[in-house]
Write a protein that binds this ligand. Structure first.
Ligand SMILES: NC(=O)c1ccc[n+]([C@@H]2O[C@H](COP(=O)([O-])OP(=O)(O)OC[C@H]3O[C@@H](n4cnc5c(N)ncnc54)[C@H](O)[C@@H]3O)[C@@H](O)[C@H]2O)c1
Ligand SMILES: O=P(O)(O)OC[C@@H](O)[C@@H](O)[C@H](O)[C@H](O)CO
Length: 463
């Protein structure tokens, strides 16, 4: 079945965002055959394949407003799903098909294999190593895409556009560099061709989408009479800004409210440094204060004050003017969105994989401010709150389950900070040379000491 779009990483976010846009176009009669073939690459995606197949690939999207209103709709834009571990050739052929014009991705920050210390491609991941063996059947997103592009090139078919929808600054450009570096290791000529002939538009994506819970399933069945094994719940806010660079063709996204632009950078800096970095500002302080839901932390006046002051005094000076956006209003809206009690986003979701998030969202703000003489006190406190959180015990002595692909290492450094206060910053691949920056470390050491001796609330009060 031809769909035009193959999407790798069908999680909650894709189903609340891109799939809704394509569904809107279908409802408007503007889809002109465009639909989505989902692809799962990781073993854990088997369940999504089974549920979607069982439900004819349909599912329910529930939007929860701050005032308690809810709306439910059925999304029908995903019309097929392929599970790569069972049949990688089917995935490759779906992407190699001339009918496929876009391969889109939500494979998380980790899916791009960026070496933090160098910014270059990290070829050490075991599955990447396996994919690099000549004649190996690909297992990774990069392996599958590279082989599909190789076949298209060999068959004289125009390359598809690769559309990254992950929360990474310059997501398209990062994808181009990493994918072509991977392909170069397999075949230098192919790698060079991917780096030049394939388009990778950057995009900014936004809609807070927590993981679906059993409570969601039960509540949706009771409220809407819908029996859905894997519905998705999200906030009503939606934004998608994409660079318009789709030589193989694209759906009329703008008809469904997507902003098509020539340069996405101002939008993505605004979103990543205000929304995503603030999420990190909220989650460690929030967990140390004993909160488990994002709205509980966002409704704490001291946490809300920290976020607003971080946004105003540290993040905003690093942004470019954003066409058509009132930044003050945008920042107000963020606090309102975080405080929406019905979305029930969890602090645990925001704390996961922090070693991917802090270096990509918060530390660029710190570096900019250090270079221009601006303040870093609040950013340093947020880093210190991560370090304190990573000790793995909260202020009531209860264990914290630190979920991070670098878990053992980050926890080992956090444990050492009781004797060596800068120990956490001595992870050069995460922090570079920040441990030797006197201005940053003065603020960091004050916050860490205060967090350890006096706790999160007292620290917040004095920030
Ligand atoms: N949830 C949100 O609020 C939100 C909002 C904006 C952007 N995003 C972006 O979407 C991504 C996914 O979020 P989600 O909420 O859908 O998460 P999720 O856990 O529901 O789904 C993640 C999907 O990515 C796949 N994946 C993970 N690592 C992979 C890898 N190395 N290779 C291939 N596939 C991989 C998983 O198998 C799964 O299908 C985020 O990391 C972020 O970049 C999420
Ligand atoms: O999904 P991640 O890991 O990139 O980031 C966690 C959250 O900050 C993120 O999912 C936000 O909820 C989202 O970016 C809102 O659009």
């Amino acid at each position: 079945m031809s769909t035009g779009i193959v999407h790798i990483g069908v999680g909650g976010f894709h189903r609340a965002h891109q799939a809704m846009v394509v569904d809107d176009l279908r409802a408007l009669g503007l889809a002109d055959g465009w639909a989505i073939c989902g692809v799962g690459v990781l073993p854990g995606d088997r369940r999504m394949r089974d549920v979607l197949r069982q439900q004819g690939f349909r599912y329910t999207l529930v939007l929860k407003h701050p005032d308690g209103r809810q709306s439910a709709r059925e999304i029908t834009s995903i019309t097929d799903y392929l599970f790569a571990p069972d049949d990688p050739q089917a995935v490759i052929e779906a992407m190699a098909s001339p009918q496929t014009r876009i391969v889109s991705l939500t494979i998380t920050e980790g899916g791009y294999h960026v070496d933090r210390a160098t910014g270059q491609f990290d070829a050490t991941d075991a599955r990447i190593v396996a994919d690099l063996v000549p004649e190996a059947v690909p297992q990774t997103a990069f392996g599958l895409i590279t082989e599909a592009l190789r076949r298209r090139r060999e068959r004289g078919v125009i390359p598809f556009t690769v559309l990254s929808c992950d929360n990474i600054q310059g997501n398209g450009e990062v994808c181009r560099r990493m994918l072509s570096a991977f392909a170069t290791l397999k075949d230098p000529e192919l790698g060079a061709w991917i780096g030049t002939a394939v388009c990778f538009p950057n995009s900014m994506v936004d809609r807070i989408t927590p993981a679906t819970t059993d409570a969601d399933r039960t509540a949706i069945a009771a409220r809407f009479g819908v029996d859905d094994a894997w519905p998705v719940v999200a906030e009503p806010f939606f934004q998608w800004v994409i660079e318009d660079d789709f030589p193989a063709g694209r759906p009329p996204f703008e008809a469904a409210g997507v902003q098509m632009v020539t340069d996405v950078e101002p939008y993505e800096l605004m979103k990543l440094r205000l929304l995503n970095a603030s999420h990190q500002g909220l989650c460690y302080f929030g967990r140390l204060c004993g909160y488990h839901f994002v709205h509980e932390a966002a409704q704490d006046p001291l946490i809300a004050r920290l976020l607003r002051r971080y946004m105003d005094s540290e993040a905003t000076p690093t942004l470019h003017p954003v066409p058509g956006v009132d930044l003050d209003r945008y920042k107000d809206t963020l606090i309102e969105r975080f405080a929406n009690p019905h979305v029930r986003d969890t602090i645990a979701r925001l704390c996961a994989d922090s070693s991917d998030r802090i270096p990509t969202w918060l530390l660029p703000v710190v570096r900019h401010q250090l270079a221009t003489g601006g303040p870093v006190r609040l950013s340093a406190a947020i880093v210190a709150s991560w370090a304190r959180y990573t000790e793995g015990v909260d202020e009531k002595g209860e264990p914290i389950d630190v979920v991070d692909r670098l878990r053992d290492r980050v926890m080992a450094h956090a444990t050492r900070q009781r004797d060596t206060p800068l120990a956490f910053l001595h992870q050069r691949d995460l922090f570079g040379d920040l441990a030797s920056n006197a201005r940053f470390t003065a603020d960091y050491l004050w916050a860490l000491d205060s967090l350890i001796r006096r706790g999160a609330q007292a620290t917040l009060a004095d920030l």
